[in-house]
Design a protein around this ligand. Sequence first.
Ligand code: FE2
Ligand code: FE2
Length: 136
Amino acid sequence: MKDFTQHGNTTTFDHCVNVARTSYRINHALHLHADDKDLILTALLHDYFLYDWHDHSHPLHGYTHADTAADNAVRDFPLDTEEEKAIRSHMWPLNISRIPSSRIAWIISAADKICSAKETLSGRHSGMGLKTTDGK
Ligand SMILES: [Fe+2]
Ligand SMILES: [Fe+2]
């Protein structure tokens, strides 16, 4: 995940760390009481699709990568059904029929959109609260 660019100069790995951090903040700021361990694990794996989506080999990436990420995550990590479903629904409303169905799913879907917008607009280290894993 560190080898693939997600948005701007942000790697997929750093994007997932940003989404995990933002999910944690949303959970606590809004007193949503989602389980932190489940929330962070799922956020870290929500884009575990393991390819470079900029190389045009996955033209429907926006619609398909949530299922690819969930399939890979279930294959490689001990996720429960709620966590798997949260990954599959994180692109709602683009995937209109995949409505988030749990607290974790709603938090990650919202955090993903916040982080994606920040990363796209402001680049790698924005001064908008995002950090990269290499400290920049
Ligand atoms: Fe995604
Ligand atoms: Fe994402």
